[in-house]
Design a protein around this ligand. Structure first.
Ligand code: DMJ
Length: 460
């Protein structure tokens, strides 16, 4: 059985001199013959009700704002004016779960209030994956042209970001004036537009969106190292790397993800070739086995040396990418490590040193990547072990993160102290993947869609 005491069999909890928690080699979870079957229908309903609870909290305390603050029971906007992050991110999840009245409320709010003609500097990556991404999947699900008009308007306002000597975009754009800033960017922010812009080109019939997204991706890929690795930071004006640290987690993650998914969704063979060429050096220089567990650490993109042994909540998506890319062996091993990371304190930390199993950043902001990988692994293997993982993870969200207004991020996964934060990706991704794990393909056929990095599904 998976139901979790904080640490399971054989794990040794240690308090270090600095007071931080570390544990020695908790066992790799595996299917056990006496494991009770997971009641999928009950779990599916539990997640649905969790989603309704979170939506009702947003409705009651933060209606019209970007996100709910579940502790203080208020709302939060990223920029001076709301861009309705939560309603846009939540729309397809509400529809998939059959919360049609709530989806209709979100839709009405979006069409009444959402305007991108605002004199605010926005982070192009975040608004692309959440808003362009969410509006496009809403359009595909619902068919209302107004979703597409909004997605296109936003993409047009973000377009000046790509006017750089290299074609790689600036990080921030003013949605009214088109003025851009922040030339030092990272692979994820540069390369995570090909899916959204590819889908936008398909629905508008205008190839310019995909062309500029692909140009940025090509420009970045052309600057990979001799080892076929990318670094962490690059200047989009000069094309010079400013940080050569290479890994698969946040800052690089979705650049790799979009090579694989873009190749499949957009039938662009050059993206598939990028993915195929990027995998061997990742396995050679970043993969790292400790105490029988597989992790993916850090290495300098130039000389082959191990730079750090950090891994965390964001890196956990890599098991899903490996599974989708066909490397089920590594994917399964890595998902065992992902779950061990979750088990360490009962909720995963933002960052862990896998060599010492010491938690380095103890926060948890309701991230979805571990559940995303559970969903992919269950889809590809049908191994019930992944249902038990999904149940254990969602049960701990219920136990430690839920409050009377919604679900809270945790400041510290060891103390379980809550934070006044519920990111819109909790709706778009965490709840959606949790639901889909137990849904047996009824609401959505995995093989007929590709999810963007914010879990917005696009029809293949
Ligand atoms: C999401 O916004 C996206 O998944 C992004 O690619 C990185 N991760 C966050 C959620 O953790």
């Amino acid at each position: 059985m998976f139901p979790l005491p904080l640490l399971r069999t054989g794990a040794v909890l240690l308090l270090t001199a600095t007071g931080s928690l570390c544990a020695q080699t908790p066992p790799v979870p595996g299917p056990s013959s006496d494991a009770a079957p997971v009641d999928k229908a009950a779990m599916r309903e539990l997640v649905r009700q969790g989603c309704l609870h979170a939506w009702n909290g947003y409705k009651q305390y933060a209606w019209g704002q970007d996100a709910l603050k579940p502790l203080s029971k208020g709302g939060h906007n990223w920029y001076p004016r709301s861009l309705l992050m939560t309603p846009v991110d939540a729309y397809d999840t509400l529809r998939l779960m059959g919360w049609d009245k709530e989806a209709a409320e979100a839709k009405q709010l979006i069409f009444e209030k959402l305007s991108f003609d605002v004199d605010d500097d926005v982070e192009a990556f975040e608004v692309t994956i959440r808003l362009v991404g969410g509006l496009l999947s809403a359009y595909e699900i619902d068919g209302d042209q107004r979703f597409l008009v909004l997605a296109r308007d936003l993409a047009d306002r973000l377009a000046p970001a790509f006017n750089t000597p290299t074609g790689m975009p600036y990080r921030f754009v003013n949605l009214h004036s088109g003025k851009c800033h922040d030339a030092v960017s990272n692979p994820a922010e540069i390369g995570t537009t090909v899916l959204e812009y590819g889908v936008l080109s398909k629905h508008t019939g205008d190839p310019k969106y995909y062309a500029c997204a692909k140009k940025a991706m090509d420009a970045l890929y052309a600057r990979r190292s001799r080892l076929d690795l990318t670094g962490t930071n690059i200047n989009v004006e000069t094309g010079e790397w400013t940080n050569a640290d290479s890994f698969v987690g946040g800052g690089i993650d979705s650049y790799l993800e979009y090579m694989l998914k873009g190749g499949i969704l957009l039938h662009d063979q050059s993206l598939t070739e990028m993915w195929q060429k990027s995998l061997p050096p990742i396995d050679r220089y970043l993969a790292d086995t400790r105490d029988g567990r597989l992790w993916y650490g850090h290495a300098d993109m130039n000389p082959r040396k191990r730079a750090a042994t950090n891994y965390g909540a964001l890196d956990a998506f890599w098991a899903a990418a490996l599974a989708m890319g066909g490397d089920l062996d590594h994917a399964k091993k890595l998902q065992d490590s992902n779950f061990a990371m979750w088990q360490l304190a009962g909720v995963e930390p933002e960052s862990l040193n896998y060599a010492t199993m010491k938690i380095e950043d103890p926060s948890y902001i309701l991230r979805p990547e571990n559940l995303e990988s559970v969903y992919y692994l269950y889809h590809y293997t049908h191994d019930e072990k992944y249902l038990r993982m999904g149940k254990a993870i969602f049960d701990s969200l219920e136990k430690y993160c839920r409050n009377d207004a919604g679900y809270c991020a945790l400041k510290d996964v060891t103390s379980k102290e809550k934070l006044d934060q519920m990111e819109s990706f909790f709706f778009a991704e965490t709840l959606k993947y949790s639901f889909l794990i137990f849904d047996d393909g009824k609401a959505l056929d995995f093989d007929r869609v590709i999810f963007n990095t914010e879990a917005h599904p696009y029809k293949r």
